[in-house]
Write a protein that binds this ligand. Structure first.
Ligand SMILES: [Fe+2]
Ligand SMILES: [Fe+2]
Length: 215
């Protein structure tokens, strides 16, 4: 006789801890979706360009760490099971992005940000808090965050060295995916956040991006 097993609070906590460790350890998990940069030749970059591209890709990698944490935090507290499932599915897609950015950082002779555990903790807390308020707020938070991320990725497409076609291919695909995540969250009933809240989010993300670019 088979018995359906419900996840207890402790099971969930252990799952979260496992996911956090996997996000923060080097060697992002292999995933079926290959990197959009795989077919592109390694570009010729001088030291300054390579350092600049690595700084931007480190910011993007940190953003993906935040996305993992945000979705995990929300999945923990989301009330409706289908919302929880939707969040976990989106988080799975972000694993591709995480892996692509990490691989690109290695190719650029660089490494992820040392501040990632801090960003993970903060984003997890924010995600869990939004999920606690309501699913509408939680989905709205996803939509507003993804909107923010799209703006960042647009600015990175302007700032990345023109010949770094590998980094650009990754950022372009991520830009497409994040826009889809934003629309999906709104379509699923996410609240549209007022401008002051979005302004605050912009401020926080500016802090994060300027720190991760360097450290
Ligand atoms: Fe992403
Ligand atoms: Fe996303």
């Amino acid at each position: 006789m088979s018995r359906e097993r419900q996840l207890t609070g402790l099971d969930r906590l252990l799952l979260q801890a496992d996911r956090a460790l996997r996000t923060l350890s080097p060697g992002a998990p292999a995933h079926p979706r290959p990197s959009p940069a795989r077919a592109t030749e390694e570009p010729q970059l001088d030291d300054r360009e390579r350092r600049h591209a690595a700084g931007l890709m480190r910011v993007n990698h940190s953003g993906e760490v935040c996305a993992q944490a945000l979705y995990q935090g929300q999945a923990l507290t989301a009330k409706l099971p289908d919302v929880r499932e939707e969040m976990e599915q989106a988080a799975e897609e972000e694993i591709d992005h995480l892996a692509w950015c990490e691989q690109r950082l290695r190719e650029l002779d660089s490494r992820p940000s040392l501040l990632n555990p801090l960003w993970y903790g903060l984003s997890f807390g924010l995600g869990a808090a939004a999920g606690k308020v309501s699913d509408r707020v939680s989905l709205g938070f996803v939509a507003a965050t993804e909107e923010q991320v799209c703006k960042h990725l647009d600015s990175h497409l302007e700032r990345l060295p023109a010949q770094d076609t590998k980094s650009r291919a990754i950022v372009e695909q991520m830009r497409e995916d994040e826009a889809e995540h934003q629309h999906a969250a709104l379509a699923a009933g996410g609240a549209r956040f007022p401008a002051p809240v979005k302004g605050l989010m912009t401020l926080v993300s500016k802090l994060m991006t300027s720190a991760s670019y360097r450290v």
